[in-house]
Design a protein around this ligand. Structure first.
Ligand SMILES: [Zn+2]
Length: 340
């Protein structure tokens, strides 16, 4: 390993334990926790020591420029928050590469960025900092619907407690000013590269995603006294949806992947037919049409219930589909706005 790689590895190790992680058995830090704050402060101090002037945008994204003001810049970075019980490399690698570029004596006009709350572990919203920067999430949502998974308080309240000004979140777009390119070195999160023995992969598409909660309503009945033909078992439909999701994802030939990671049946007793079921949906892929298609459409699911048990399905979409911001897409959106 080169000296730079060794330093990146040593820093990643250090940031994987308290006080930089909220747990000592895994990396856990999401926006505004003690571990997250310690990590951001540590990296900001290192960027300052490298001669940059780090700043926070109004929601907590850390960024720092090197080179003459106004010059076009190459953005390099990733994120410093983690999933709950995450690994040491996710996000951290990209930010530490930016830090090493800042330390290196190159003339690269650099913008180092650590996006806040990328993983959604604190507020249930993936890519929150970058979606705020892109103008997809505004101050009103930060003060109302985007809430802490731990205490239910809005993101804006937590941000203000951290000394930020979330009501000015539109200023987050400044991070993109003059940004000529964006490079995000990132650890592979699966094992495709590892299995193939390749040391490096280049991303050729960014997956869009839909996450949703599916609420299925049937009727709770006694598990012994209720004949099978009289049941409206919400749990069975949940199981069917899970299997159907797998069928659709496998049939898409790699276009989408689909996951149900969270299932809750009520009343949740061994001797009661489930009256309601809630399952999470997470569908991702490089093709917007495929991602927004079949598996997350309530009408599709309702059709499937025809003739079967009498159950209702309600989809609460937790996160809107993340769209690829192609130039064509932007033009299309602008046209739509004009014709409305
Ligand atoms: Zn990541």
């Amino acid at each position: 390993m080169t000296a730079v790689a060794e330093r990146i590895a040593a820093t990643a190790d250090r940031l994987a334990a308290p006080p930089f992680s909220d747990r000592d058995d895994a990396v856990s830090r999401h926006a505004f926790t003690p571990g997250f704050t310690a990590t951001i402060d540590h990296v900001a101090a290192a960027l300052a020591a490298a001669g940059l002037a780090p700043r926070r945008d109004p929601v907590g994204t850390l960024w720092a420029d090197r080179g003459a003001p106004g010059a076009p810049r190459v953005g390099v970075g990733s994120h410093l928050d983690s999933v709950r019980r995450g690994g040491r490399w996710d996000g951290v690698l990209g930010v530490l590469v930016a830090l090493e570029l800042a330390r290196a004596g190159t003339t690269l006009p650099l913008r180092a960025v650590a996006w806040v709350e990328e993983e959604g572990a604190g507020f249930g919203q993936l890519l929150l900092g970058s979606r705020i920067c892109a103008g997809d999430v505004g101050a009103a949502e930060l003060a109302s619907t985007v809430r802490s998974l731990d205490d239910g308080r809005p993101f804006a309240d937590h941000a203000r407690d951290a000394g930020l000004a979330p009501e000015d979140c539109e200023q987050s777009a400044d991070i993109l000013n003059g940004m000529a390119a964006w490079i995000e070195p990132h650890i592979e999160q699966a094992r495709v590269l590892e299995d193939s023995g390749a040391r490096l992969g280049v991303v050729d598409a960014i997956a869009g995603f839909v996450q949703a909660d599916l609420h299925i309503t049937g009727r709770a009945d006694h598990a012994g006294a209720t004949p099978m033909r009289l049941r409206h078992d919400a749990g069975l439909l949940a199981a069917e949806v899970m299997l159907r999701l797998e069928d659709l994802a496998r049939a898409s030939d790699g276009a989408v992947v689909g996951t149900v990671g969270d299932v809750a049946l009520t009343p949740g007793a061994v001797n009661v037919v489930p009256g309601t079921a809630r399952i999470s949906l997470d569908v991702r892929g490089r093709d917007d049409a495929a991602v927004g298609g079949g598996p997350v459409r309530a009408p599709h699911l309702r059709r499937r219930t025809g003739g079967g048990p009498r159950v209702g399905v309600h989809v609460r979409r937790a996160v809107p589909p993340a769209r690829h911001r192609t130039r064509r897409g932007r033009r299309r959106r602008a046209r739509r706005r004009r014709t409305r």
